[in-house]
Design a protein around this ligand. Structure first.
Ligand code: HDD
Length: 689
């Protein structure tokens, strides 16, 4: 320890050492008074009662006692990142929206990814929809595109939202299950809401167990309007496409990841950004007009329906890059307040009853969470363009205009503190013609609840269909009430008979129930959309993926170095997993320090694995459950497994096969690129079991 540090060292009563203030770093109270003792309360004698007079103690505790704000009623667990959006071109034929009118124009953004049902402290890999909320800080004000990683929603009308969320969250008497839909209340509600069936197919698919936030699509869900300078309105649906491609994990992996690393998704994002691997998404829109609206089989105002990309292709508009982690989680990720009604000139709403209800809900919820109508004064919510208005006062007001004017009209001189409306530049709602009787009824074309559920299911690969079947069987097996299980099967019969039969069989339902009565006949030809499948769209890349490499004592260093070199070329991350975290001595006497040790790095945390070792060491390792699980899980999760030739038979001894399959590669200096090429397929789906 340097002499300077020693001088600043003192000891508390209990003998712990702690540092005295260096110049200008003195601890103060919130009032700026310097603190002399931050370890001991003020007492009468060193064993006497504590004095209320200790204002430093009282202030410290007072602040601590009030540090929490209410968590979001949904999407409580989230993770925020800064970045920017860059327009590919001038899209002013479509919209005057500020971020889209100039090629290369960059607009700062803040994105919060989230799960929906779980509390703030729940696990990252719950089977759940992921929120994908983007705040654009445009020169024309904040524009919030508050979407999900699924293009449709459970319900058609916002009035049903509180019931949906109540049913999905923990049951009110017992306070569980946490972050899970596998319980009676959820499936009771769903099975009584035929409109949810399309979404059910999505949530039972691998879309709800993404490998990373970086490998997810995002959707604005509703139909919005874009308005150009001539006042022409066109309908749009927003899509975010991850440039790294899509990827999900298997359910058995998700369950294990939640135990091994409950923060798997946030850690992945944090690390990627710290490593300079900023994830990117392309923003695109499906554009269509009123003629399409009138002729489409479904109502474009119905958020439980999508328009296949094959029917209306996506027009790319620009690219979003997320490249900066937050400085303070609470200040930014927790306090960010997204509101669907935050639109700017050039973007407008439609009459989608879900969107209309959201526009009420989001503003309302921010008051509850952030406690003041001045939540826009918090830096993460503050627009980055000028803000002038006559709204004043309220809790924690930070923007306090000077002068005597706080009303309008007034006859005082106009300036920043005395602003006026502008007919030319101000936001004008699109002058849509609206006429009709007041009614609680829904549009007729909202009533076909099964066609697009079938479209989604039949557009999946066989493997993905199997995952949907297993997910339904798993979830419904946790439902105790048999009538609810059967009601779900009767819905599935309207979607796909084979699916219904397989789920019924999995649940031990011997006699199939009658199909649920349909409110409206399904369309004749539901079509097919390859874009709906993850596996039909795998991007052959290891970029952004992570490989777990177990290295034992005396393993061949040259082989390891060649592997590391190739993985670096692919911009693939990797961890060296050792028997002891400290270091490993290789065959040439050189050493490597470990990123992980074997108990802390199960193979579920990696996209592919490699084991490099000597026979003796691997034999020893094979006695350990962590190593056996590592190899077995990698095998059953259909990951590519690489190993040096010498240990091939030992690896096989751990597995239920006698010879290697196409997903297992015995590594030599010459065939590392073969392993890399294979691993880019991400999973060896041909593997049985
Ligand atoms: Fe919502 C949060 C997405 C329907 C009411 N919602 C919230 C967030 C996302 C979504 C991503 C988290 C924002 C953040 O990170 O802070 N919600 C959706 C999508 C929907 C949807 C894509 C359907 C298309 N939501 C929906 C309805 C209502 C709400 C129908 C109510 C009528 N949502 C809320 C909320 C939340 C919210 C209660 C909780 C926290 C918040 O708003 O800021 O107002």
């Amino acid at each position: 320890m340097k002499k300077k540090d020693l001088i600043n060292q003192s000891y508390t009563e209990s003998g712990e050492n702690h540092q005295q203030a260096q110049k200008d770093n003195t601890l103060t109270t919130q009032q700026g008074v310097k603190v002399s003792d931050n370890q001991n309360t003020l007492k009468v004698g060193n064993r006497g009662p504590t004095l209320v007079e200790d204002f430093q103690f009282r202030e410290k505790l007072f602040h601590f006692d009030h540090e929490r704000i209410p968590e979001r009623v949904v999407h409580a667990r989230g993770y925020g990142i800064h970045g920017h959006f860059e327009s590919y071109g001038d899209h002013s034929d479509l919209t005057i929206a500020d971020p889209l009118t100039k090629k290369g124009k960059k607009t700062p953004v803040f994105v919060r990814f989230s799960t929906v049902a779980g509390n703030k402290g729940s696990v990252d890999l719950a089977r759940d929809v992921r929120g994908f909320a983007v705040k654009f800080y445009t020169e024309e004000g904040n524009w919030d595109l508050v979407g999900n990683n699924i293009p449709v929603f459970f319900i058609q009308d916002a009035k049903k939202f509180p019931d949906l969320v109540h049913a999905a969250k923990a049951e009110p008497d017992r306070g569980f299950p946490q972050a899970q839909t596998a319980h009676d209340n959820f499936w009771d509600f769903i099975s009584l809401s035929p409109e949810s069936m399309h979404m059910v197919m999505w949530i039972m698919s691998d879309r709800t167990i993404p490998r990373s936030f970086r490998f997810m699509e995002g959707f604005g869900v509703h139909t919005f309007r874009m308005i150009n300078a001539k006042g022409k309105s066109q309908y749009v649906k927003f899509h975010w496409k991850p440039l790294l491609g899509m990827q999900s994990v298997m359910w058995n992996e998700a369950v294990k990841i939640n135990g091994a690393d409950p923060d798997f998704h946030r850690r992945d994002m944090w690390q990627a950004i710290e490593d300079g691997q900023a994830p990117e998404w392309e923003l695109g829109v499906q554009v269509f007009d009123e003629e399409f609206e009138e002729n489409y089989e479904y109502d474009i105002l119905d958020a439980t329906k999508l328009i296949p990309e094959e029917v209306v292709p996506i027009k790319p508009l620009g690219k979003m890059v997320l490249n900066k982690n937050v400085d303070n989680f609470f200040a930014e990720t927790e306090q960010v307040a997204f509101c669907t009604q935050n639109v700017i000139p050039g973007i407008d709403f439609t009459n989608d009853p879900l969107l209309q209800g959201r526009n009420f809900s989001y503003l309302d919820t921010q008051l509850k969470r952030l406690g003041s109508p001045n939540f826009t004064h918090i830096p993460i919510n503050a627009p980055r363009c000028p803000v002038h208005n006559l709204q004043q006062d309220g809790h924690m007001a930070m923007r306090n205009p000077k002068g005597r004017v706080n009303y309008e009209p007034n006859s005082w001189e106009q300036d920043k503190n005395n602003p006026r409306e502008s007919k030319e530049e101000g936001f004008h709602p699109y002058p849509a013609l609206e006429m009709g009787y007041k009614t609680f009824e829904r549009g007729e074309r909202f009533a076909d609840h099964y066609s697009q559920a079938e479209l989604f299911y039949t557009s999946q690969t066989e493997i993905e269909q199997e995952h949907i079947q297993s997910a339904l069987i798993f979830e419904l097996s946790k439902v105790e009430t048999l009538a609810i299980r059967e009601r779900m099967v009767s819905h599935l019969l309207n979607i796909d008979k084979d699916l219904a039969k397989k789920v019924a069989k999995g649940l031990g339902i011997k006699n199939l129930p009658e199909p649920m009565k349909m409110a409206r006949e399904k369309v004749k030809d539901v079509g097919n959309s390859d874009a709906l499948s993850i596996l039909k769209n795998v991007k052959s890349t290891l970029r952004g993926r992570k490989i777990g490499i177990i290295v034992t004592k005396n393993a061949e260093n040259e082989l390891l170095s060649s592997i590391q070199k190739e993985l670096n070329n692919e911009k693939c991350q990797y961890d060296l997993i050792l028997q002891k975290i400290s270091e490993v001595k290789m065959d040439d006497g050189k050493t490597h320090s470990g990123d992980e040790f074997i108990d802390g790095a199960p193979s579920v945390l990696y996209d592919a694995v490699i084991v490099l070792g000597t026979k003796d060491q691997v034999k020893e390792l094979s006695k350990e459950i962590a190593f056996r699980d590592f190899v077995n899980d990698a095998f059953f999760h259909k990951k590519f497994i690489g190993f040096n030739k010498e240990i091939e038979s030992l690896i096989l001894d751990l597995l239920p096969i006698n010879e290697t399959d196409g997903g297992m590669i015995s590594l030599t200096h010459k065939n590392i690129s073969k392993y890399i090429k294979k691993a880019k397929e991400l999973r060896y789906w041909e593997r049985k079991g």
